[in-house]
Ligand binder design. Structure first.
Ligand code: GUN
Length: 307
């Protein structure tokens, strides 16, 4: 029997721990962590994500500040807003929702964020810290994926991990995190020639391609852990729509030892990790002992598998 990794339940557990952490720093230090989210333009999917982030913040007792900017906002206007929020003591975390309109240089914008407030962990300083084994802020989605992997397998040392996708948001930081766990890491991408073969050799597969059900079940090694980062809306022949991942779930379930569903797998963990990073950022900015912020970054282990 395969384990279906319940990201929704784990994320709820994590949010409970974060809420307790927020209450503690409110009580002991009179600090209410605050997250500012900036959305440029009105992409409907981004609107939904941003709305959810605000709601979840409030649920754990944090403050949420939403900033909507027009689609024709210039790069310098956006950077000016980021700098202003960088000076604002009520704001401990700054997230600029991606993707940005094409006329704006994403790297310039991300690198304008104070690294201590970079709750996405995408600033060059945080990316560099992750790559060089220093403690920084780690991107939310890969962090959530790692927690889900560790919920079913404590020791990842020596495992073959295949990451499908090389984005700065998921693929590259995921590789660094799994390397830190002593996995043998392969990153594949759109130009990779022998993907089915690489998959068949992988004990851990993290799929982040944005291509619906691209990873076939027969490619999955027996006993593998499969983490599906994709969320794709597909149209069915009866006119309805459905959310699917990057992995052909029903097929992969036959071979995998553990697998995340879509929805209800990685998605809820991303927001929970964003909240965790915001609490961590607030602690860092106020020199508060960080065991709070780092201590809760683990979720209970259900079943450990040895493959
Ligand atoms: N767009 C999709 N996922 C993310 C994320 O994790 N962070 C940001 N900033 N934008 C996103």
């Amino acid at each position: 029997m395969s384990i279906i990794i319940d990201g929704k339940a784990y994320a709820a557990e994590l949010r409970g721990q974060i809420k307790a952490g927020v209450e503690e720093i409110k009580g002991k230090h009179s600090i209410t962590p605050g997250l500012a989210v900036i959305l440029v333009g009105n992409d409907p999917a981004s609107e939904v994500y941003v709305g959810n982030k605000g709601k979840m913040c409030r649920e754990v007792g944090m403050e949420a500040f939403d900033f909507r900017m027009l689609a024709d906002t210039t790069e310098s206007q956006l950077i000016a807003k980021i700098k202003e929020l960088g000076q604002d003591k009520k704001v401990n975390g700054i997230l600029v929702q991606l993707p940005l309109p094409k006329h704006i240089n994403e790297s310039a914008v991300i690198n304008a964020i104070d690294p201590l407030k970079d709750v996405d962990g995408l600033h060059a300083i945080n990316a560099g810290k992750l790559a060089t084994g220093q403690d920084g802020i780690v991107p939310c989605t890969p962090l959530g994926c790692l927690m889900l992997i560790k919920s079913v397998a404590r020791d990842l040392s020596g495992k073959n991990a295949l990451i499908i996708g090389r984005s700065n948001l998921v693929g590259k930081p995921m590789a660094q995190l799994l390397l830190r766990e002593s996995c043998t890491v392969t990153i594949s991408h759109s130009r990779t020639k022998n993907l089915p073969e690489l998959c068949r050799n992988a004990n851990i597969v993290v799929a982040a391609t944005g291509k619906p059900e691209m990873i076939k079940g027969e490619w999955i090694r027996s006993g593998a852990i499969v983490i599906d980062v994709g969320i794709n809306r597909i149209h069915l022949s009866d006119g309805s729509t459905k959310l699917v991942g990057d992995v052909a779930y029903a097929e992969a379930l036959q071979n995998a030892k553990a697998i995340t569903p879509v929805p209800g797998g990685v998605g809820p963990m991303t927001i929970a990790c964003l909240l965790a990073n915001t609490l961590k950022a607030a602690c860092l900015q106020h020199n508060i002992e960080n065991d709070l912020a780092s201590g809760f970054l683990s979720i209970s282990n259900v079943e450990q598998i040895n493959n």
